[in-house]
Design a protein around this ligand. Structure first.
Ligand code: ZN
Length: 224
């Protein structure tokens, strides 16, 4: 089994499904993470770009991935996907799907105020079209807990139908991975704080009678 998690920005993979990545990896699933965007000059410096990638590298290791083979970058400019040609983004994601051959694709949910997330969601749907020969048999959307809460007036609000129960070791590894993202995390009570992520895991778990969970929305599953 091989899973590709698509993260519009470095840290979305941890916020949305970091605990599940740890759980799946420990269960023998080969998990890959694709970081779609990165900071760009002159708004950010070359040193800042290197620092952000180093944080993503450390976070991947925290989740049990081997960054040299399982962490991918598409290098699109962050916050600019809405002015990036849609075909270019879809083609890039399609190429990565062809390279990695995942049977499962984990993508950002649509109901999100962040435009990059929306564009990546749409491009992932193109890259996973169930044509003959497409390796992707399952597409799930993850929630970006930090931004989805602002999107309740938008179409496509996240409605979870899969709960991935996390053991304490999975939830702790998620929080440790978020601590690697020093540039992205904020102080409590910001939703992108480590403490807030811990609370989200606990609340999602309590919805289904478990101590910790992350949740997903099924976009498509093709069962043999
Ligand atoms: Zn993001």
């Amino acid at each position: 089994m091989r899973t590709l998690v698509v993260a519009p920005h470095p840290d979305d993979e941890v916020i949305g499904c970091g605990g599940s990545i740890v759980k799946w990896t420990q269960a023998g699933v080969e998990v890959h993470v694709l970081l779609v965007t990165q900071v760009w000059e002159p708004k950010w410096s070359e040193a800042e770009l290197a620092k952000r990638f180093a944080e993503a590298h450390d976070a991947a290791e925290c989740m049990g991935l081997h960054p040299d083979g399982q962490l991918w970058t598409a290098r699109f400019p962050t916050t600019q996907l809405n002015i990036t040609p849609a075909w270019l983004l879809a083609e890039s994601l399609s190429d990565r799907v062809a390279d990695i051959q995942p049977d499962t694709l984990i993508i950002p949910a649509l109901g999100d105020v962040n435009r990059d997330h929306e564009e990546v969601h749409k491009a992932c749907l193109v890259a996973s079209r169930p044509h003959p020969g497409c390796p992707v048999k399952r597409v799930w959307a993850y929630e970006t807990t930090c931004t989805a809460a602002f999107a309740t007036s938008m179409p496509g609000v996240f409605r979870p139908d899969v709960y991935e129960v996390l053991a304490p070791v999975h939830a702790n590894a998620k929080l440790e991975a978020m601590k690697c993202y020093k540039s992205e995390q904020r102080d409590w009570p910001h939703p992108r704080s480590v403490k807030a992520l811990a609370h989200f895991c606990i609340e999602r778990g309590a919805r289904v009678g478990e101590p910790f969970a992350e949740c997903f929305q099924i976009i498509r599953e093709i069962r043999p």
